[in-house]
Design a protein around this ligand. Structure first.
Ligand SMILES: [Zn+2]
Ligand SMILES: [Zn+2]
Length: 260
């Protein structure tokens, strides 16, 4: 039993054969997929995928690297999609100063819009964080008043950032990066994150884990990430699968469990 808590089924590399991609993952025990929107213009396309498959849920949001003054999502635009029965979260949003720090202000504005809609509709946030920990600690602080404000996806941050986000109530999602040779810091952090706050994801089609590095990633490879987490936590793969699946449905409470 596993959930891929973050994939991009509408991206090149996956969208050409979604039934095949899902089938291969189901065959190794993946019971649910969360397909993440990164561009508001593609919302209809992303939500349509979730409407087509019982075991796929969707989010709506605009990636911090994609927002500009012209495309910055409004509260109204996000809210229109948030009420859809298969939309279970807001994002991915967040801050990314690695790619373009000039757009800080518009990234802050976009994050604020996502936060407002997430709170209004009681939906979790999917937060992308890159080289922006200090500002995220500041800007996400109001989310602390919610019981389960969301998830920091594809976590690659510092131990301090992990601790503050856990204190705010966020879950921490681990991607295939945890299998990379140079990711010892991340493995040390995984060791300290409480098991009931961990999720696993692929972020596919990007970031294929070892032993598939260099190939296009896909949801079935979430098992390599879960295996690594099991090794770090000294648990069985089944235990990690069971716990992270329960965590997923506790956080994304609008997502419906389907029989495997
Ligand atoms: Zn991301
Ligand atoms: Zn992503």
């Amino acid at each position: 039993m596993l959930v891929d808590s973050h994939c991009h089924l509408n991206y090149e590399g996956l969208r050409e054969d979604i039934p095949g991609v899902l089938e291969r993952a189901r065959a190794i025990g993946v019971s649910h997929f969360l397909t993440i929107n990164t561009c508001l213009e593609q919302s209809a396309e992303v939500v349509k995928i979730a409407e087509t498959y019982k075991d796929v849920s969707a989010t709506v949001g605009a990636h911090p690297c994609d927002v500009t003054a012209e495309t910055c999502p409004t509260v109204e635009a996000l809210a229109r999609w948030a009420v859809h029965p298969k939309v279970v979260g807001l994002g991915e949003t967040g801050l990314d100063y690695y790619h373009d720090a000039r757009l800080k202000e518009v990234q802050h504005k976009s994050l604020a819009a996502h936060m407002e809609v997430a709170e209004t509709y009681d939906l979790p946030l999917i937060i992308h964080a890159r080289e922006a920990e200090e500002d995220l600690i500041k800007l996400l602080k109001p989310a602390k008043k919610r019981e389960k404000p969301g998830v920091i996806h594809c976590f690659t941050g510092s131990e301090n950032f992990a601790n503050v986000m856990l204190e705010y109530g966020f879950y921490i999602s681990i991607s295939g990066v945890v299998t990379f040779k140079n990711a010892q810091t991340l493995r040390d952090i995984v060791k300290t994150v409480p098991m009931d706050r961990l999720l696993v994801e692929t972020d596919s089609p990007y970031l294929a884990p070892v032993p598939k590095r260099g190939k296009p990633n896909e949801p079935s490879y979430v098992r390599y990430t879960a295996e690594k987490v099991a090794e770090i936590k000294d648990l069985s793969l089944a235990e990690v699968g069971h716990t992270t699946t329960n965590n997923f449905f506790r956080l994304f409470k609008k997502a419906k469990r389907t029989a495997p």
